[in-house]
Design a protein around this ligand. Structure first.
Ligand SMILES: Cc1cc2nc3c(=O)[nH]c(=O)nc-3n(C[C@H](O)[C@H](O)[C@H](O)COP(=O)(O)OP(=O)(O)OC[C@H]3O[C@@H](n4cnc5c(N)ncnc54)[C@H](O)[C@@H]3O)c2cc1C
Length: 293
């Protein structure tokens, strides 16, 4: 396996429009953001490109903004910046949970939120988190801008609803008024490695401490994040306590059908997924102010 990439040209663009134009003109071109997934693929020649279009210098393409009822994250916002952002952590603790658990500080300081989502590696942690948050992605294509729901964006392993000429430009997370909290937990393949399984959970409790709404998403077990609809349906209207959560988590064992591979058996994946659902829901509910054992 070689450790030097093939020959390619490199261009630094100053706007997403420019990136979109070049992408549609050059067939074998690719966006370069933080390079943390792309560069290793080029170095090992698993992938070859003719042209890299660097979007990391586009003014205003990163950053995070609090709007009236939403949090707006620019695609080139670094995972490390997200980890350190107190605004994000306060509104959506799930963002801090996930960002701080990704790889190591070196990778986090380079890797971007948009790159983590666009790459759609089943082992990546931000895809299930954004699906749990029901985030909206703004995508710029040759025909202009469109907004896509995160749940419809992830199609499979390394596959999204974006075409070759599309660029993810920003992510919007809408804020609800009620008692909403969230948590992300994961089990790594080995220390410092990608997730074997992860669970992202967003819960809303009503005034009596019952589950009003929830979205529980399993990451890394299937090619794309999976909303655990059976879990959410079970929780609805029930008291947010440890019995309810335990029962909801136990449903996972019968409701998913993972495959065995080199890293883990199907049974182990079922078991871990169930435990992670329990842990994510417990943490999210505690963060809502409910004192559960
Ligand atoms: C050692 C190591 C460990 C890691 N561990 C984890 C982990 O535990 N959890 C985790 O979630 N991730 C992990 N990662 C992946 C890391 O988070 C990457 O940074 C991320 O997946 C890609 O982001 P990037 O900005 O580096 O994208 P790049 O590598 O620059 O690009 C990745 C792909 O996305 C495309 N792309 C990038 N930005 C856009 C955009 N705005 N619009 C359209 N296409 C775009 C590129 O064309 C390319 O195909 C790890 C990486 C390494 C090297």
């Amino acid at each position: 396996m070689g450790m030097t990439p093939g020959n390619f040209d490199y261009v630094r663009v100053s706007s997403f429009r420019e990136a979109a134009r070049i992408l549609s003109e050059e067939e074998n071109s690719k966006i370069l953001a933080g390079g943390q997934s792309l560069i290793p693929l080029l170095k090992t020649r698993i992938m070859n490109v003719d042209l890299l279009i660097d979007i990391s210098g586009i003014k205003g393409s990163g950053g995070i903004r609090q709007e009236k009822k939403s949090l707006e994250i620019g695609a080139t916002y670094r995972v490390g910046e997200l980890e350190g952002n107190s605004l994000a952590a306060e509104s959506f603790p799930i963002l801090h949970d996930a960002a701080s658990s990704i790889a190591d500080p070196l990778v986090r300081n380079m890797g971007t939120v948009g790159g983590n989502l666009a790459h759609a590696d089943p082992g990546n942690d931000l895809p299930p988190v954004m699906v749990a948050l029901n985030a909206e992605f703004t995508v710029l294509g040759p025909k202009g801008e469109r907004v896509e729901r995160s749940a419809a964006f992830f199609k499979g392993a390394f596959s999204t609803s974006m075409d070759h000429s599309d660029t993810l430009t920003s992510i919007r997370i809408n804020q609800k008024d009620g008692n909403v909290s969230s948590a992300f937990v994961k089990q790594r393949k080995s220390a410092g490695d990608f997730s074997l399984a992860s669970v992202a959970s967003v819960v809303e409790l009503d005034d009596s401490g019952n589950f009003k709404d929830s979205r529980t998403v399993l990451g890394s077990v299937f090619p794309a994040p999976m909303i655990l609809e059976g879990v959410d349906a079970y929780l609805k209207g029930k008291k947010a306590n440890s019995e309810t959560i335990k029962k909801a988590a136990s449903l996972v064992r019968t409701q998913i059908n993972p495959e065995s591979d080199f890293f883990a058996s199907a049974d182990y994946r079922r078991h871990v997924s169930s435990l992670l659902v329990n842990n994510a829901l417990t943490t999210a509910v505690r963060r809502s102010g409910v004192n559960i054992a």
